[in-house]
Design a protein around this ligand. Structure first.
Ligand code: PLP
Length: 399
């Protein structure tokens, strides 16, 4: 017996739910790529993307997923043999470091684990020790989607500045956070911000974005070789970039992006952040109540360091795997697997799981996920505290 009929809900931390308006915009015959609607539409994407990242800088659009955008950011700023400082707070921080290493960069890693934020003091100390200025960039995830840890990007900028002028660029991976968590590229002093289409931007995977300011542009100008495909210079020229996808433009994704940006700006970027904030608080309230009488734990203890786009959770193994399976089969809700949470006690990470709440998400979707979790824990005899759904409803009901 199952109650999973009806529309399924993949509450995984990307790819996220694609709005009907975006699907409709993409459901069309191939357009003429040389003139007309698609060419006209594309120029308008640039200013509207920059408004989401809160930057007066430039943005380059790539046919790529987040891994491609990671690669693009490095290809334009750091030469093989040069050094970067990576602050990792989960699987994705390590992933970006691996991309850097494979490009022939020397990677200095500050591993802050999966439960505590990037430590600005350690960044400052590493830069102070770099007396000959070999470190060209500090790389950090804004939100690490594996741990659901949210880092203080402005705090990292202060750490760099506190050295009294270390010239390293600050590069932020905003793939999970853009369009979900407050991100102020210019005010916070990020020189480069990396994003992708399939999280807060509510599209299928396939577009990567690299935002960059003048300091980053100067770093690009210093490089003697940049791969033609990843070069951000032609892509960032609004009147020319349409021709520079390195081949055929991603036509349907561009239509979809237009629709997604229209949705974001109709709601307002600040209102989008507020919605994610409130929905995240509803999830946390429920999880805290469950945890009062059972094993469920939020991976990030301090709400100040939690993402508003994804929540990583732990149960006693293998209960996370059991719960995800039951929920998918019986309620039509799919939760995310634990990523990078393997340990000696739990080699398969069967105690770890994640709720994605990024992008096109509203209160009924979140309350539905929480209700399905409650049902799953009851059905599987996973011991849990009471009052979780009332606590979540209380957050939504509050004025
Ligand atoms: C999803 C994600 C990535 C990887 O993006 P892909 O599109 O899967 O390559 C990198 N960093 C963060 C923070 C992410 O959330």
């Amino acid at each position: 017996m199952t109650d999973a009929g009806g529309r399924p809900y993949r509450a995984i931390p990307g790819p996220s739910v694609v709005p009907d308006a975006v699907l409709r915009a993409m459901h069309r015959a191939a357009p003429n790529i040389y003139e007309g609607e698609i060419v006209d539409l594309t120029a308008g994407l640039i200013p509207d993307l920059k408004r989401v990242a809160r930057t007066e800088g430039d943005v380059a659009i790539y046919i790529a997923n987040g891994h491609g955008a990671w690669e693009a950011a490095l290809a334009n700023t750091v030469a093989p043999g040069e050094r970067v400082l990576v602050v990792a707070t989960g699987r994705f921080g390590h992933g970006w470091a691996e991309i850097a290493q494979a490009r022939g960069l020397e990677v200095e890693l500050i591993d802050c684990g999966t439960r505590t934020p990037a430590d600005p003091a350690r960044v400052e100390a590493a830069l102070r020790a770099d007396t000959d200025g070999r470190i060209k960039a500090v790389m950090a995830t804004h939100v690490d989607t594996a741990s659901s840890l949210r880092n203080d990007i402005a705090g990292l900028r202060h750490a760099i500045d506190a050295t009294g002028g270390h010239p390293a660029l600050l590069m932020a991976d905003c793939i999970a956070s853009l369009g979900c968590d407050r991100f102020e590229m210019d005010d916070w002093g990020a020189d480069v911000a990396v994003a992708a289409s399939q999280k807060g931007l509510m599209l299928p995977p396939g577009l990567g974005f690299v935002f960059f300011n003048d300091r980053a542009a100067s770093a690009r100008a210093r490089l003697s070789v940049v791969s033609k495909y990843w070069d951000w210079v032609p892509r960032a020229a609004p009147e020319r970039f349409y021709q520079y996808f390195g081949g055929t433009a991603p036509t349907h994704h561009l239509y979809g992006l237009r629709a997604a940006l229209d949705i974001i700006h109709a709601e307002g970027v600040e209102a989008v952040w507020d919605r994610h904030e409130r929905l995240a608080h509803a999830i946390w309230a429920a999880c805290e109540a469950w945890g009062q009488g059972g094993a469920l734990r939020l991976n990030i203890a301090d709400p100040a360091h939690r993402s508003r786009a994804v929540t990583a959770l732990a149960l006693n193994p293998p209960d996370a795997t059991r719960l995800r399976g039951w929920m998918e089969q019986h309620t039509g809700v799919t939760l995310g697997i634990g990523l990078g949470m393997e340990s000696a006690a739990d080699p398969g990470a069967d105690g770890a799981f994640r709720i994605g709440h990024m992008g096109h998400v509203n209160a009924h979707m979140v309350l539905g996920v929480l209700g399905a979790m409650e049902a799953g824990m009851q059905a599987l005899d996973i011991v849990h505290g009471s009052g979780a759904l009332a606590a979540a409803a209380g957050v939504i009901a509050a004025p």
